[in-house]
Design a protein around this ligand. Structure first.
Ligand SMILES: C[S@@+](CC[C@H](N)C(=O)[O-])C[C@H]1O[C@@H](n2cnc3c(N)ncnc32)[C@H](O)[C@@H]1O
Length: 255
């Protein structure tokens, strides 16, 4: 076996941790279906891409609520294996296909999709860059729906400002992000903030047991301890500062 670099190890570790969870970011079936309600004209032929799909929490909700085929893409092979297994269990294999790939180098044709979906993942490429780059893969009249971290207020306490600017340097206000959507060539159709239960019930609470078992499995491993401490810090900051930031669903249409 080749020697693993720290970066490889971190990648493997994060993958292993998150594959054990149903969702890898805040969201809920209700939020996904609410976002879908802003997108009209569903046909049997709809082609959908779900970018940064993780293990497919939102992919299955999409598949169960609209007709058409979904190509779900993520960098982590373990997440894609789990997504394809879940699609099989739910009888969705003929309509849902998970593929390993990078969202900044998509293996798709121009104007291939009617709908591009992405929950909690666009920050990995950058909000403006992602909207700009993904637009070419949408048909004219196609829709994009993404969730992205945004500030709810013009100003906020330094502690939370620093945490999020370190994590997502481009983070900005909802008004600014809607203007980016317009600037990158979409008509903004809707924007709504994800309610607290999308963070607490589907993201932080399921992680509690996962963190305990992960620490036990990797007992004495300092990298794992630091990784879990960081996740717990994120949850603490959310309960302290949730009035200042959150995820927002941005829905736009390509003319
Ligand atoms: C916060 S998780 C969200 C996962 C899922 N959409 C959800 O909401 O549960 C972000 C996902 O983006 C994926 N990701 C990060 N960088 C990526 C890239 N460059 N290309 C494709 N996927 C990427 C990660 O592997 C991870 O599954």
């Amino acid at each position: 076996m080749e020697e693993m670099t720290t970066k490889d190890f971190d990648f493997a570790l994060i993958n292993e941790y998150f594959v054990g969870l149903e969702r890898q970011g805040p969201g809920s079936p209700e939020a996904t279906t609410k976002a879908l309600s802003f997108i009209g004209n569903f046909s049997d032929e709809l082609k959908i891409a779900d970018l940064g799909c993780g293990t497919g929490g939102q992919t299955m909700v999409l598949a169960q609520n609209i007709k058409g085929t979904i190509t779900a893409l993520d960098l982590f092979p373990g997440s894609i294996d789990k997504l394809n297994a879940t699609a099989g269990k739910l009888g969705l294999r003929n309509r849902v296909k998970g593929v390993v790939g990078a969202m900044n180098s998509l293996p798709f044709q121009n104007e291939e999709f009617d709908l591009i979906w992405s929950e909690g993942a666009i920050a990995n490429i950058g909000f403006e860059k992602g909207l700009n780059y993904w637009r070419r893969f949408l048909k004219r009249g196609g829709y994009i729906a993404v969730t992205y971290e945004s500030w709810f207020t013009e100003e906020r306490p330094a502690e939370i400002e620093k945490f999020w600017v370190d994590a997502v340097p481009e983070i900005d206000t909802i008004g600014h992000d809607i203007s980016i959507m317009q600037k990158t060539g979409y008509v903004p159709v809707a924007a709504f903030t994800l309610p607290e239960n999308c963070w607490i019930d589907t993201y932080f609470i399921p992680q509690k047991a996962r963190q305990e078992e992960f620490l036990e499995k990797h007992a004495g491993n300092k990298t794992v301890e630091a990784f879990i401490a960081n996740l717990r810090h994120e949850a603490d900051l959310y309960s302290k500062y949730k009035q200042y930031y959150g995820y927002v669903f941005y829905i736009g249409k390509k003319l």
